[in-house]
Write a protein that binds this ligand. Structure first.
Ligand code: T4K
Length: 406
């Protein structure tokens, strides 16, 4: 048995012969993409609101059942521009358990983030903590549908309404999620979706804002195109955040397969959950409410070192020996990054700290087979068994040593 092979009982667990990353982008057939490229080659229109982008925008409008969509070259700039366009300033209550871009978008707008805790079931902002953190300077709540898990939508909407705050969702992970038969894009004042290559839906890179007030659309369009209103008029100091034609083509082609891709991810999630549900120390995310139609964007588990016998970080390292590259999204918490350590945090962030120290994201992508998912789960189990055998041997040796001393 080599060091990349383990044994549970009589079952031999082999390392993968190829790297298994946390994600792998879905790609359309190359021939089809090349056919699509021909249109771009023929038109020589590569960016700046070209025909492919306009068609893609209509497709997304249909998919999200709203005309209020605006496309960008990535999610970070979409969020940054969205906050600016909505006139958000002062303090914004947000979560430290997210990708760092959520907070960066606030800082680029000179907005102070107020970090509050998350709830333990789905890792989204805890509404009770939000309410307690409101000050006269608060202008908005920036909540994250982390891993595609919907936030406490009604509670947050109620708080925002009573305190006259804007409710903004970082929905980077939530493409395709529906709640009560309504797209998640219809909740809050504005939502940002990321179409980055690592997402369950992508356009190479890309981002989108959806919003309730159609009046802000013009501002978003100006801001992403240098502030141009016409060839000779610049009405605000905008930036360049336009999606190009290649991105739009990829996005359009991947969109055609979104339902089948979600279904594949559902099956992979089910395979993992079935295999891991009774493993001591591996905690699966609480089942989502019945009215949520989920996108299976990520496969998070929490590792309880005491029960599992191996720490989250050791498991993360051990899995690499089997060619499995998991990720610790989101560790460290944003407030612990050196660039945000000076932000004063009043909330003890008890849940967020615990989750950040235990979270591990297992590989999930469309062409991961169910056998692969089961093998990953078996390797996790084997790593725990190996450690417990090692502990038993140490304990037995100590007893033996004591006997010999006597
Ligand atoms: N808000 C939230 C809550 C977010 O999660 C994100 C992005 C944003 C805002 C900002 O949206 P964007 O501006 O990105 O549109 C990745 C992504 O770069 C980032 O988009 C994403 N969140 C974050 C959660 O994950 P890394 O640093 O983990 O990516 P990386 O390059 O290590 O990739 C992870 C794995 O994916 C690799 O090990 C292999 C695989 N991979 C990656 C790429 C780029 C591929 O197979 N193919 C690829 O092309 O940040």
């Amino acid at each position: 048995m080599n060091k990349h092979t383990s044994e549970i009982g009589v079952i031999m667990i082999k390392a993968f012969d190829r790297p298994i990353y946390v994600t792998r982008p879905y790609l359309p057939k190359l021939e089809l993409f090349c056919e699509g490229l021909k249109e771009i080659w023929d038109s020589r229109w590569l960016t700046n609101n070209g025909p492919v982008l306009r068609r893609f925008t209509r497709q997304l409008s249909n998919y999200f059942e709203t005309d209020n969509v605006c496309l960008f070259n990535n999610g970070t700039l979409a969020l940054q521009i969205g906050l600016q366009g909505m006139g958000i300033s002062g303090e914004v209550i947000t979560t430290p358990f997210t990708f760092v871009a959520t907070t960066h978008a606030l800082f680029w707008n000179k907005i102070r983030p107020v970090f509050v805790d998350i709830e333990p079931d789905y890792y989204t902002l805890d509404p009770d903590k939000v309410e307690a953190a409101i000050t006269p300077w608060t202008t908005a709540i920036l909540a994250v549908h982390v891993f595609g898990h919907p936030c406490k939508l009604n509670r947050l909407a109620d708080i925002a309404r009573r305190h006259n705050l804007k409710l903004i969702y970082d929905a980077a992970h939530a493409f395709g999620v529906r709640v009560g038969n309504k797209s998640i894009a219809h909740f809050g004042d504005m939502s940002m979706f990321s179409f980055h290559a690592t997402k369950m839906y992508h356009s190479l890179e890309g981002g989108m804002l959806t919003f309730q007030d159609s009046g802000v659309k013009k501002t978003f369009d100006y801001l992403k195109n240098f502030g141009f209103k016409s060839e000779t008029e610049v009405v605000m100091p905008g930036t360049n955040a336009k999606m190009n034609e290649m991105q739009a083509l990829m996005g359009s082609m991947v969109l055609k397969h979104i339902d089948e891709n979600i279904e594949k991810r559902r099956q992979i999630t089910a395979a993992y959950r079935e295999r891991l549900k009774e493993v001591p120390g591996i905690h699966l995310r609480t089942e989502l409410p019945k009215d949520v139609s989920y996108n299976y964007a990520y496969m998070p588990v929490e590792v309880d070192e005491r029960e599992f016998g191996v720490s989250r970080d050791k498991l993360y390292e051990e899995l690499k020996k089997y060619n499995i590259y998991t990720r610790r999204y989101f560790y460290p918490l944003i407030c612990d990054y050196s660039c945000y350590r000076s932000v004063s945090v009043k909330d003890p962030l008890t849940v967020a700290r615990k989750v950040a120290s235990r979270i591990l994201i297992l590989p999930i992508y469309c062409d991961l087979s169910l056998d692969d998912a089961q093998q990953i789960a078996d390797i996790i189990i084997a790593i725990s068994s190996k450690e417990s055998n090692r502990q038993n041997t140490i304990a037995a040796t100590k007893i033996e040593d004591k006997r010999t001393e006597k």
